[in-house]
Write a protein that binds this ligand. Sequence first.
Ligand code: DQQ
Length: 581
Amino acid sequence: MGFKKCHLLAALPFFLLCSLILNNGVEASHHVHEDLQSISAENVKDLHRTGYHFQPTKHWINDPNGPMYFNGVYHLFYQYNPKGAVWGNIVWAHSVSKDLINWERLEPAIFPSKSFDQYGCWSGSATILPGNKPVILYSGIIDKNNTQVQNYAVPENVSDPYLHKWIKPDNNPLIVADKHVNKTAFRDPTTAWLGKDGQWRITLGSRKNDKGVSLLYKSKNFINWTKSKKPLHSLAGTGNWECPDFFPVSIQGTKELDTSVIEGDIKHVMKISLDATRYDYYTLGTYDTKKDKYIPDKGMVDGWNGLRYDYGNFYASKSFFDPSKNRRILWGWANESDPVHDDVKKGWAGIQLIPRTIVLDPNHKQLLQWPVEELETLRGKKVELINKKLDKGERVEIEGIPAAQADVEVTFSFNSLEKAEPFDPSWDRYDAQKLCSQKGSSVQGGLGPFGLLTLASEKLEEYTPVFFRIFKDQEQKHVVLMCSDASRSSLEDKKGMYKPSSAGFVDVDINDKKLSLRSLIDHSVVESFGAKGKTCITSRVYPTIATYDNAHLYAFNNGTETVEIESLNAWSMNKPQLMNH
Ligand code: DQQ
C-alpha cells in the first residue's frame, strides 16, 4: 500500500508526486494488484494472526463502515474482499455483537449487484432516522474509471434483530457528482445530522486540485439531496480527503452526544483521512449552523501537521454514538506492514483495532481515547509490580502471563525533571517520528527513554519498544516524546516490509513527575495509549523469534535518571468468540 512509501515523502511539495505513486493517476487510494486480488486463500497462516482483535478467518479487510447500535445489537460493517487477501472485489461484510468484543459474522450486507454499484461498494455510514429506521449511505462505483456516486440501503425487515438483509432501492443513486466535482474523488458519506431547519446534512470526502474538501449535502426527506454552495470545510495543499467524520463532543464530558446535537455545551470534531499520508487527522472547532461551516478553534493545526487519532498504523476510522452507554466509539483499521506477497501467502490482511471511547480532554485542546471497557472482560491471569526502581540501563521482565497476547497498564514516576535533555531548536516540532528514529530506545538519555519492550525475544534480537523520552525546550517547557518503534521488531527485512519508528508528542503536564502507558499486545499488533489516551500509537510487527510462548515483555530504563514503576498491572487476554470469523 502507498502508506509505506508515501508518508516518507510527507512534505507538502511532494504531494502531487506522492499522489501519483499512490494511485497511478486513478483516484482509488488502495493499491490495485489485479493479478492477486482473486487468489483465494487455500491455507490460512496462523502465525501473526491476532488473538483478540477483530479479523475474519481469511482474506482482506479495510475501512470500518456504518457502525451503529440498534435495538440492543452493535453492527460493524467493513470493506472486505471475499475472494482474496489484497484489496479488490469490495463488499460490505457484516458482523454483529452484543458487547463489542464477541462477534458473529453474517453474510455480506451490501455487494455489487446494480448499475449504481457494479464496480464496488465503498465506504459509508449509518444513520438512524426518526421512528427507529436505520439507513446506510455508501459510495457506489459505477464504471471502470472509478466514477463514484452515493447510494442508500435499508434493512429488508427492521424487526429482524440482526438486520441480515439490506435492500438497495431502485431510486439509487441518490447523489451524483455535478460538473464542479471531481467524480473519482467523491466518496465516503458520513452519518447524517439534522439541522434546525428540519433538513438532514451529510458531508463527504473530495478534492479540488490539491485542496482537500468536505462537501456538504442537504435533504428534507433523505432522498433528494442538494449540494451546498460552500463545503463544510476545506484546506489547500492536503490532497484528497477520505472518510470524513463530523460529530459533537461534550464540553462537560459526562455524557457523549448523538451526531444531530449541534448546539449547547459542545465542540465539534472534524476528522479527515488524508490519502497522501494515510493518517487520520482531526481538529476541534465550532460548527456555525447559520453558515453551515466548520471553523477550527484558534491555535488548532489543520492538515499534515495536525493532531492525529493515532501516530501509527490506523486509518479510515469512523465513530458512532452508542445510546446504551451515552458514549462515542471510534473504530479504526490497521493495514498490514508486510509485503503484499506475504499477505497472499498468509491468506489474510488487515484487522480492526480495538474500539475506543473518545471524549474531550479537560484542556479542550485534544481528544482522549481509551479502549472500550468491555475489553476488560477478556482479561485473564493478572501479574503486578509495585514500586520497582529501574536505574540506568536496567530492565525487568514481566513474567507469568503470555507476553504475545496481553494488556499492560503501567505508571512510571521519577524524582526530578532536571535531567531532561535539551530540545534542539533545529528539530522539527511536528516530526516526532524522525526524532524517535534518531533517538531510539537504546540511545541513552537523561529522563528516558523508559517504557516497555513488547514482543521481545529473550536475547533481544527482536523487540518493539514503546517508550517516553523527555526534553526541555528553550522556554524551559518539557516536551514529551512517545515512540512505538518497529525498526527492530523483526529479523525479517525483506523489501516491502515497513518498520517505522512511529511517534507523537504528548501534551501532558509532568509536574507530578508521572507518566502512564497502556499497551494492548496481540501477536502482530501493539496498540498503545500514552498519558491516559492523549497520544495513541499502533504498530504492526512480524516477529520471527518473539512469537507465542517465546515472546517476552520487559519494562526498561535507558536514561540516567532513575525511574520507578509505581504500579504495573498486566493481564493475559482471552480469545473472544468470533463466530464464523
Ligand atoms: N477505502 C474505501 C474508500 C475509501 C478508502 C475503498 C479509504 O471508500 O476512501 O475500499 O481507505
